[in-house]
Design a protein around this ligand. Structure first.
Ligand code: MSP
Length: 516
């Protein structure tokens, strides 16, 4: 296993305010990046904004602004969101930066050199909303009788001179690449879709336009603007220094994973590896496609006015609660539905009654009955050993799940240990032992504290603030809040003075009942 880990989010179109879909992809990457850092890997985590193309040019015009001014303003919203969500990215790339224009032109030249670019003219359908070309057979009639793309986006007929990339020539090499790298596309069902799409035959891809200006000029022919997806995908190598092979960050390439929404999988799993192989660059190791969120059962759209604002979620439910819910509620890769009821159910059952209650019962019992110091364990019973075994076994289970991006499964394993620990405290009943067998009470409390230490460290990737608050209460030193300190080696030392306990996850109480 390499000790480096390079993870990317898609770069977001700056045509609008960020919403839950944008927060979701980056959140998943943030949790994975934090997990890998805590596991001792050298991580490079990239996010950013996709600022070129017709879609952004049009949004700027609609706002009555120059594209650069407009993108400066909207890109800032994405940075603000990243801060509010406590994202830990190492770089935030904007495609309007000079380093990126240079990298995009460099990859163009590399494709040209390999003989995969030719000049022709394009006549076909284009959806500005998706920045994508569609074949006639993919289109259907929309509600007003006009043609629409499979995504629902309106299409327009485009006819102009265009440079093409010889994608058709890459079909067999792509199929071989998928066969040789069976986990290149995850989840499995998505991989099958991509493979059958490629098998059904690839057309050459139009990669330049002459009818608008907002983009990267083709280096050898400045009347042409590079197709925004070729420009956008290149961000993943720009950020690690392309085309400078001596750049200190180039060691991170190939990326370990690009996390994307299912709607943009084709660009990442078909076009991108073909571009890279043609340019003589290794393709990324994995592309993971996640599903889409609906809101209380309805598709999220601006026209329906049901966009979910992540900042509102944080204000209503709390930051770590929101982060936890989004990653726990839906198997990563599936579509999911956001509902207030589901959010409250998760917060109250698993956070407040689960870990919150466990921490509160254990820590306040220690505060009251052990003079606020960690008690010393005596001989361990089978139940104690089983409890510690479950806590100490959690890292390897979560690691296995995270290696294939089963974030929900990693959290499910974590919750299982919380449930088990609550059963353990009920069965061992330290409140009874206090009178009947105080030495045994101390052992039970130590086992619980040690279990909480594992739960606190292992929740850091998803709920960093709450995890740290729990570890503060166990007096775990900052340097010990890493996976390498889990297990027996980093065990809590008896006699350590603990600060006064404080609740970590309050119950969510509905506003009406609060008032009443
Ligand atoms: N700019 C391109 C990506 C270029 S990457 C080289 C783009 N941008 S986007 O802003 O439209 O979308 C970014 C991501 O948000 C996509 O991964 C998309 O799947 C995700 N989501 C947008 N709406 C979503 C939901 N309702 N639910 C979950 N994710 C969704 O595409």
């Amino acid at each position: 296993m390499s000790d480096r880990y390079y993870i990317t989010t898609p770069i977001y179109y700056v045509n609008d305010k960020p919403h839950i879909g944008h927060a979701y992809t980056t959140l998943a990457c943030d949790a994975i990046a934090r997990f890998m850092r805590l596991d001792g890997r050298e991580v490079f985590f990239l996010t950013g904004t996709d600022e070129h193309g017709q879609k952004v040019e049009k949004a700027a015009a609609d706002a009555g602004m120059k594209p650069q001014e407009f993108t400066d303003r909207v890109a800032q919203n994405f940075r603000d969101l990243a801060k509010a969500m406590n994202f830990s990215h190492d770089d935030f790339i904007r495609t309007t930066e000079q380093r990126h224009v240079a990298a995009s032109q460099a990859i163009w030249r590399a494709l040209e050199k390999s003989g995969d670019i030719y000049l022709d003219s394009y006549g076909g359908w284009y959806a500005v909303r998706d920045e994508a070309f569609y074949g006639e057979s993919e289109l259907t009639a929309g509600p007003d009788g006009k043609k629409i793309a499979p995504s629902g986006a309106p299409v327009e007929w485009v006819e102009e001179p265009s440079y093409f990339f010889k994608l058709s020539a890459w079909q067999d090499r792509l199929l071989k690449f998928y066969a040789d790298n069976p986990k290149f596309i995850l989840p499995e069902s998505r991989r099958n879709e991509v493979v059958s799409f490629v098998r059904s035959g690839l057309h050459d891809l139009s990669i330049s336009r002459t009818s608008f200006k907002w983009g990267v000029p083709v280096p050898s022919d400045e009347k042409h603007i590079m197709y925004v997806w070729l420009d956008a995908l290149t961000n993943y190598i720009t950020a690690v220094g392309y085309p400078d092979a001596k750049h200190p960050l180039w060691k991170f390439w190939p990326a370990d994973i690009h996390v994307v929404g299912k709607d943009i999988l084709r660009f990442h799993a078909v076009y991108w590896p073909a571009f890279l192989m043609s340019a003589g660059i290794a393709p990324p190791k994995r592309v993971f496609a996640h599903g889409w969120w609906t809101n209380e059962g309805q598709k999220i759209s601006k026209s329906l006015g049901n966009i979910i604002d992540p900042l509102k979620l944080i204000a209503t439910y709390g930051l770590d609660q929101t982060r936890y819910f989004l990653l726990r509620e839906v198997p990563f890769g599936n579509d999911g539905d956001f509902s207030h009821k589901a959010m409250v159910a998760r917060i109250n059952a698993e956070l407040a009654n689960g870990i919150g209650n466990l921490a509160q019962r254990t820590l306040s019992f220690i505060a009251k009955n052990c003079a606020g110091k960690l008690p010393a364990p005596g001989a361990l019973s089978d139940a104690d050993k089983a409890m510690l075994g479950a806590a100490r076994g959690l890292l390897s289970a979560m690691r296995a799940a995270m290696a294939v991006q089963e974030l929900h499964k990693a959290l499910g394993d974590w919750v299982d240990v919380v449930v088990r620990a609550n059963q353990y405290i009920d069965a061992e009943a330290p409140w009874t032992l206090r009178k009947t067998n105080p030495k045994r009470m101390e052992t039970v409390l130590w086992v619980l504290a040690e279990t909480l230490r594992h739960l606190g460290v292992l929740i850091l990737p998803v709920a960093p603030q709450a995890g740290n608050a729990l570890l503060d209460q166990l007096a775990v030193a900052q340097a010990d809040r890493v996976f390498a300190r889990l297990g027996e080696g980093g065990a809590l030392k008896d006699g350590t003075a603990l600060p006064a306990p404080q609740g970590i996850f309050p119950r969510f109480v509905e506003a009406e009942s609060k008032a009443g």
